[in-house]
Design a binder for this molecule. Structure first.
Ligand code: NAP
Length: 416
């Protein structure tokens, strides 16, 4: 066990183990690290931790229990660690205990500050950003049939234009890149800014593997690769090819492509097969609105994945309660997808649903499905009975306004 300066590791509980196949082995009494978050973070964390503990207790009656270990980042860390927003020991603990959950963090003002999210993704190689998107009955949604949306997004987290390799227009580096491109017969307008878009078979293959395994474990009908391969042939086009190749090589008996379905099975997917298909990204945005029930798991490069995550969450009215997880081969960090909403800090007001549903993803990741189901059912019932926080209250006829903590209580009350 690493030595910590300010972090108090619980005296009971055990470490989660990472197995050679990149899966985790979770003991009945795991130690799990959490970051409360800035702004409204403490309000939503307080509601979340009570809900998660209550669900675990109800599901397993004391046999299983999470031993929480607080680690520090953001404003709270700065006040404890002499202005350091992201102490090294936070990263050490997150790495040591494998699974974490975090509230939102404000972006510190000032240059040279390391972004926690970027550091976590890089250090722990959390290569997949997973975002389930579905509608909860009663949530005000902008489309007519939000119940048709039930998708899980697997967004690549380490490659693509987001790697941050770019140079300002007119800089010597950009000019040199332009000269280099010219040498290869490619004309780029003088004084252009330059950004690099790296994508690899390695990155695509492991993302696709995780997405296909997820679909198979849950008996989902399809996995769709979403790309702009018609335009960016060697990056996004290759993403499509590598994705199909990974499915064929890693899961040969259980997967089938759309082409094979039409060529050999009269357009009907044979029983027991997982359908692998692909869509061009712009078409996918229209498909998501027009035929959402034809899509289940989506696999996307970083940039497309970023856009579609918010578009789909908005489609079901769930941007404020959208959960997320950054997952690698073992390590995982689950997090609220909204920001710190600082104007409401300390008012016990905002919706804790995003962090609570991220907790559902975490329980599912631990293999504690019964507890995950209890939380989700409790939250769904609270929304259905219109006992909600201000954000939903202002859009629902005849709803009862609850504080963040009361919404947590309501979920606990409704766990069946
Ligand atoms: P924000 O914190 O997400 O808040 C924008 C608005 O979204 C709020 O004013 C509120 O809308 C609504 N909202 C957010 N969380 C809510 C919740 N739990 N329940 C109900 N409504 C909620 O975005 P921001 O103001 O752009 O960013 C604030 C800070 O958060 C920034 O420092 C930003 O960098 C940071 N941030 C962090 C993360 C992260 O850590 N993952 C993500 C995004 C942003 P109304 O005003 O309409 O009530």
């Amino acid at each position: 066990m690493a030595q910590y300066q300010k972090i108090k590791v619980p005296t009971s509980g055990e470490k989660i183990k990472v197995l050679p196949n990149g899966k985790i082995s979770c003991p009945d009494q795991p130690i799990i690290t959490y970051i409360e978050g800035d702004g409204t973070g403490p309000d939503i964390w307080n509601a979340t931790v009570r809900v998660l503990d209550a669900a675990v207790e109800k599901a397993y009656g004391g046999k299983r229990k999470i031993h929480w270990c607080e680690v520090y980042a953001g404003e709270k860390a700065a006040s404890m660690y002499d202005g350091n927003w992201f102490p090294d020991e936070t990263l050490t603990a997150i790495r040591e205990f494998t699974v974490s959950i975090k509230g939102p963090l404000g972006t510190p003002v000032g240059k040279g500050m390391r972004s926690l999210n970027v550091a976590l993704r890089k250090d722990l190689d959390l290569y997949s950003c997973i975002r389930p998107v579905k509608w909860y009955k009663g949530v005000p949604a902008p489309v007519r049939e939000p119940e048709k949306v039930d998708m899980v997004i697997f967004r690549e987290n380490t490659e693509d234009l987001y790697v941050g390799v770019e140079w300002a227009a007119g800089s010597p580096e950009a000019n040199e890149m332009i000269a280099l491109a010219k040498k290869f017969g490619k004309d780029i307008r003088p004084n252009s800014a330059i950004g690099i878009k790296p994508m690899s078979e390695f990155g695509t293959r492991r993302l696709m593997k995780m997405a296909v395994e997820y679909a198979l474990e849950r008996k989902l009908p399809s996995v769709t690769l979403v790309h702009k391969g018609n335009i960016m042939k060697f990056t996004e086009g290759a993403f499509r090819e590598w994705g199909y190749k990974a499915a064929k090589e890693l899961f040969p008996d259980i997967t089938i492509t759309e082409d094979e379905v039409f060529a050999n099975h009269g357009g009907k997917v044979p029983a027991g097969k997982l359908l692998i298909k692909d869509r061009i990204a712009d078409n996918m945005f229209q498909q998501a609105l027009l035929r959402p029930d034809e899509y289940s798991v989506l696999v996307l490069p970083n940039l497309n994945g970023d856009y579609i995550s918010d578009a789909l969450a908005a489609q079901v009215g769930g941007l404020g309660i959208a959960p997320g997880g950054n997952v690698g081969d073992g390590p995982a960090v689950f997090e609220a997808t909204h920001g710190t909403a600082p104007k409401y800090a300390g008012q016990d007001k905002v919706n804790p649903g995003s962090l609570i549903l991220s907790g559902v993803m975490m329980l599912d990741y631990l293999g504690w499905k019964e507890a995950a189901t209890l939380v989700e059912a409790g939250l769904a019932k609270a929304i259905q009975t219109k006992r909600v926080t201000y954000d939903f209250h202002r859009q629902m006829e005849g709803a009862t306004l609850l504080k963040a903590s009361e919404f947590g209580n309501e979920i606990i009350k409704n766990m069946q």
